[in-house]
Each structure stands twice: as C-alpha cells, then as structure tokens.
Write a protein that binds this ligand. Structure first.
Ligand code: DGL
Length: 284
C-alpha cells in the first residue's frame, strides 16, 4: 500500500536527505534508521572536501547550501538532516531561509543533556574548531556556563583521521586531547560526562574510553535528532507509515572511504537494502 493509501500525504514516499562532510553522519543515519524503519534515506558524504572542521565558516556554508540544493533538486527530499555539527553551526540559518517549507534538522553538541546528567558538574566537550568557535556554540555555552564547569577541547585533525580510518593517528590524537583535558571519573572534581560534539566521534568510542575509563558518560545526538525528525514528519503528515526502508549513499569523491565505512558501521537490527553505492557528484 502506498503512503497516500495509508492516510499520509503523497509526499511521504519521498526520501529524507542526510549529509555530513564525510562518514561521520552515518552515526546519525544509524539512529534515524532505528527510529524510522520505513523511510527512504539519501545520504551525501562530501568526501572531496572533508574534513570541514578546520576550514572557514564561509567555505562550509557554501558547501552546505550547494549540497542542500542538490538533494532538493535532484532527489526531491521531504526533510533534511544536517548530520554535521560543523555545518549546522556555519549554515543552518541560511538553509532554513533558502528552504522555508523544508523541515531542516541540525545537530549541536548536547550541552543541556550533559548538565542534566552530570553529577560532579564537570563536563568535557570535544568537537571541531569551527563548531566550538561558532557564535551558535558560544551562545549555547554562555547560557549554561553558570550551571557546570565545561572543559572545551577543539580536536584538530581527529575527524580527518577517522575519515581516513587511520587508527594510529586516532590513538595519538585521543591521547593528545583527552590526556590533557583533565581528570576523568565519577569522584568530586572529576569530569564525569563527555559530550561528543562531532558526528564522527561515536565511531571511536572505544578509543575515547581508554582515556576516560568506564565511569564517564558519553553523550551524542543521534537518538534525539532522529526523534525530532520523526516529530516534524508526523506534524507535516510526511511520515512513511509502512513498507521497506532503503538507503542511497552518495559521495562527492571516489566512494572507497564511504563504502568501507558503510560496510563497517551501517548495521543494526533493521533490514535495509543499500541499493546504490556512491555517485561521483560534486555540486558546484
Ligand atoms: N562530522 C562533522 C561534525 O559533526 C564534521 C567533521 C569535520 O568534517 O571536520 O562536525
């Protein structure tokens, strides 16, 4: 039965666009697939320009708006999930202004949930430099600064190392950044909560854990973003109520990195066919 026949609008059959500078947004896609098993997803990895995190705002905003246009024009998406903290910080306002009727869901470091969960009141936030130096982050941090002690750690190079699946570099950078972040643990004065402010980082949780120990809580935004996407689609009557979901993976460069990451990380209990692999699409 089509979505329309099941009571949803005919637009319900259109796909949801998801994008990131590279493979990091697959961590959000996993949460989306778990929350919305009947949906069709088009995932765009801007592999040719990854990582975004140490580039200027203007560059990231230009790529973000070009990719959104591509997903709207070529794939007719019904919603857009910006599965990238860096792109959200640099361009979410522009995206919403350019596509006023399209639900656009962004991600930002989960400081508020961290404040609610932390018992010691000491929280570390790891993310890219563009994210942490953005006005958006400054405002978020400023609004909560009185409620916890935040240790803000820009992790230059870390998303790039994850993108290249360079395990030795990932290990060295985790040592550099987490080793210097402060004392982790659940005792008074220790950092008991780590905010993963980049969608690449959930994929190196094991490596991060080596430095934090088991008592520290990790907070990422995959599940809340997926729940918010469901709410917006439901309100717009665009939720696809039944039928098989699927995923189309697109990449702006040679697909090897995305292909390997998808094979490794796109899993979970939902049967979902990846019916096409990467296209060499570089929106201007
Ligand atoms: N995964 C992205 C984020 O959440 C971008 C990382 C990068 O490209 O530097 O910020």
């Amino acid at each position: 039965m089509s979505a329309a026949a099941a009571g949803a609008s005919p637009d319900a059959d259109r796909p949801i666009g998801v994008f990131d500078s590279g493979v990091g947004g697959l961590s959000v896609l996993n949460a989306l697939r778990a929350e919305l098993p009947h949906e069709r997803f088009v995932y765009f990895a801007d592999t040719a320009h990854a990582p975004y995190g140490e580039r200027g705002d203007a560059f990231v905003a230009k790529r973000t708006t070009a990719i959104a246009r591509h997903l709207v024009d070529e794939h007719g998406i019904k919603a857009l999930v910006v599965a990238c903290n860096t792109a959200t910080a640099a361009a979410i306002h522009e995206l919403r202004a350019e596509h006023p009727t399209l639900p656009v869901i962004g991600v930002e470091p989960a400081l508020k949930p961290a404040v609610a969960l932390s018992r010691t009141g000491h929280i570390a936030v790891i993310a890219t430099r563009v994210t942490l130096e953005s006005r958006k982050f400054e405002a978020l941090h400023g609004s909560l600064a009185a409620r916890a002690r935040f240790r803000i750690v820009p992790c230059d190079g870390l998303a790039g190392a994850i993108e290249r699946a360079d395990a030795a570099r990932v290990a060295a950078l985790c040592e550099k950044y987490l080793g210097a972040a402060g004392r982790f643990g659940d005792q008074p004065g220790q950092i008991d909560t780590l905010v993963l402010g980049c969608t690449h980082y959930p994929f190196i949780a094991g490596e991060l854990r080596r430095w934090t120990g088991d008592a520290v809580r990790f907070i990422d935004t995959g599940a809340p973003v997926a729940q918010q996407t469901r709410r917006l689609l439901l309100n717009a009557r665009h939720l696809k109520p039944e039928g098989a979901g699927d995923v189309l993976l697109l990449s702006s460069a040679a697909p090897a990195a995305l292909d390997a990451a998808a094979a490794r990380w796109l899993g979970g209990p939902i049967e979902c066919a990846i019916h096409a692999r990467a296209l060499h699409t570089t929106p201007a």
